[in-house]
Design a protein around this ligand. Structure first.
Ligand code: CTP
Length: 158
C-alpha cells in the first residue's frame, strides 16, 4: 500500500500503467481518452484532488494490465502536460515517460470553424500545429482557427 500525503491508502499495482501528475479534476478526461468506461474489467484506482508538493493538487490513475499507445499518450499530454506515465512490471517501475506536447496534432481533434474544409470534406484529416504549450494554443493548418486547452478538454469529454 502507498499512503498519500492526505492519508488515503492506494494499492501498488503488479503490472500495468500509473499515470501520475494529472492536473486536479482531469482523471476522468484521461479515462475517456483511453476509452475506458469501467465495463472492460480492468482493475483501476483513481485518485482525484490528492495533495502534491509540485502541483498543489493532482489526480492519479492506476490501470492494471493496460499499456498506453503513442496516440493516447499524445492526447493525454494535451490535457495533462506534466503527466508522468509509469510502466509497472512485477511491482517495479520499469519505464517512466514524461512527454512533450507534440509540434503537430493530426487526426485527433476537430476544428471549431464550421466552414473549415475538415468539417466539409469527409476525407479531410484535421491537422493542428502547436503555437504555444503553456497555456496550450493550437492552430488549424487549413483555416488558422485557434483551439485552447479548455476547448480540447471539452472535445475529449464531449
Ligand atoms: N506505483 C504503483 N505500483 C507500483 C509501483 C509504483 O502504483 N508497483 C506508483 C507510485 O505510487 C507512484 C508512481 O507509480 O504514484 C510512480 O512510482 P515511483 O517512480 O516509485 O514514484 P516517485 O519517485 O514518487 O515518482 P516521480 O518521481 O515521477 O514523482
Amino acid at each position: 500500500m502507498i499512503e498519500l500525503k492526505s492519508g488515503l491508502l492506494v494499492s501498488k499495482i503488479r503490472n500495468g500503467t500509473v499515470i501520475d501528475h494529472i492536473p486536479a479534476g482531469r482523471a476522468l478526461a484521461v479515462l475517456k481518452i483511453l476509452g475506458i468506461k469501467g465495463i472492460e474489467g480492468y482493475r483501476i484506482a483513481l485518485v482525484m484532488n490528492a495533495e502534491s508538493s509540485k502541483m498543489g493538487r493532482k489526480d492519479i490513475l492506476k490501470i492494471e494490465d493496460r499499456e498506453i499507445e503513442e496516440k493516447e499518450a499524445e492526447l493525454i499530454t494535451l490535457i495533462a502536460p506534466e503527466a508522468t506515465i509509469n510502466i509497472i512490471k512485477d511491482y517495479e517501475v520499469v519505464g517512466k515517460r514524461k512527454q512533450e506536447i507534440p509540434q503537430e496534432v493530426v487526426g485527433l481533434l476537430r476544428c471549431t470553424n464550421p466552414s473549415c474544409i475538415t468539417n466539409n470534406d469527409v476525407e479531410a484529416i484535421t491537422r493542428f500545429r502547436t503555437l504555444k504549450r503553456r497555456p496550450l494554443q493550437l492552430a488549424c493548418e487549413y483555416c488558422e482557427t485557434r483551439l485552447t486547452e479548455d476547448e480540447v478538454v471539452r472535445q475529449i469529454l464531449g
